[in-house]
Design a protein around this ligand. Structure first.
Ligand SMILES: C[S@@+](CC[C@H](N)C(=O)[O-])C[C@H]1O[C@@H](n2cnc3c(N)ncnc32)[C@H](O)[C@@H]1O
Length: 335
């Protein structure tokens, strides 16, 4: 089967896929994402949402669509930050896997859907608001091409029925295929084909009549990925550790890819996560946390501990070698 179909089955097969059977982000989950570090990330995102709402003239009915909402951790922290845009607005969590949707919070303007296509948006009557996704695009199924004798060829996965190997699946090279963007086929190099990520961005932009699509992910370009060993940019995770090869343990590990931004729609603004968070007031929130901690440390109550926690959360979220180095892409739509 094509590598893309393999990844799709490993992650989302209803009977055995990693996410479909309950794999998730979080301290108790399989890997840590920015929303799962703590509520600070959502508090900064809430400020950015209010900023966009103000820039659009404070529309009522402002809609925030969060795709890849998982168990709703970001939704909870955005809601706790009480952004003004949600007073007369709504927050829609979009999560593909039913088992994760079941754990999401409810009430207070929150709702939940399985896919963007389930949003009731009529042709020519788009949403005013934001469609955002943290670490979604790296988790959409992707194909792989390998350069063989000057030609890009598709990477396939087959069942090695002749093998006595305990690992029954292996990669094989298939037919010649067009690369998604022009990259020299240097012998043995590989590139990802991220048509699914490209389609998702196009669909998200098409939902809006005015507002922004914001995606946050680890990102690169197709040519840069071609110059690196594929084992570096196709990564697997399980129980907070790197997993095995992508063709091993189907459904038991997360399979992710660095996002080749040149395979997405043009016209985005680029930022690092650290500069995005700074531009949206993370330093003020941390300073406020320090002040409150200084006042309440003696009391040692929950409010004091939350204030203290902002300092360590910010360190993780801003770390240039970690989450702070992620790429934030924003496409603005309409006025
Ligand atoms: C790496 S997790 C990120 C979860 C969360 N955004 C976070 O940062 O902690 C990716 C999530 O995207 C979900 N997902 C995959 N494809 C999706 C799609 N087309 N629409 C909505 N969610 C999707 C997966 O089920 C999974 O829960």
């Amino acid at each position: 089967m094509p590598f893309e179909a393999w990844v799709e089955a490993c992650l989302y097969d209803p009977d055995g896929g990693f996410y479909a059977t309950g794999g998730s982000a979080g301290r108790r989950g399989d890997f840590l994402t920015s929303p799962e570090v703590g509520p600070l990330f959502g508090a900064v995102v809430a400020r950015w949402l209010d900023d966009r709402w103000e820039a659009l003239g404070r529309p009522s009915g402002f809609t925030v669509v969060e795709a890849a909402a998982g168990v709703g951790t970001l939704a909870r922290s955005v809601r706790s930050a009480l952004p003004a845009c949600l007073e007369a607005g709504r927050y829609v969590m979009v999560e593909r896997c039913a088992v994760l949707r079941k754990a999401q919070p409810t009430g207070d303007g929150l709702s939940s859907l399985p896919g963007l296509e389930d949003l009731p948006v009529r042709e020519g009557d788009g949403l005013v608001g934001v469609v955002m996704a943290n670490e979604l695009l790296d988790n959409l199924a992707f194909g792989l091409l390998e350069a063989v004798d000057g030609v890009w060829r598709e990477v396939l996965v087959e069942l090695a029925t002749d093998s006595v190997d305990p690992q029954p699946f292996r990669e094989v090279i298939g037919d010649a295929a067009h690369p998604p963007v022009g990259v020299d086929p240097l012998q043995g190099s590989r590139i990802p084909v991220q048509a699914g990520a490209g389609r998702w961005v196009d669909d998200a932009r098409a939902l809006l009549s005015a507002g922004s699509v914001l995606v946050i992910d680890y990102a690169s370009t197709t040519a840069a990925l071609a110059g690196r060993p594929p084992g570096e940019w196709v990564r697997t995770y399980r129980d907070h550790q790197r997993g095995g090869p992508a063709v091993s343990a189907p459904g038991a590990q997360d399979v992710t890819v660095e996002v080749a931004v040149d395979q997405l729609a043009a016209g985005a603004d680029f930022n690092t996560q650290a500069s995005f968070l700074r531009a949206n007031g993370i330093d003020d929130l941390v300073a406020e946390g320090r002040r409150r901690w200084a006042e309440r440390a003696g009391v040692g109550d929950l409010a004091a501990l939350r204030a203290r926690s902002r300092i360590t959360e910010a360190e993780a979220l801003l770390d240039p070698a970690g989450l702070g180095g992620f790429t934030v892409l924003e496409w603005r739509v309409g006025p």
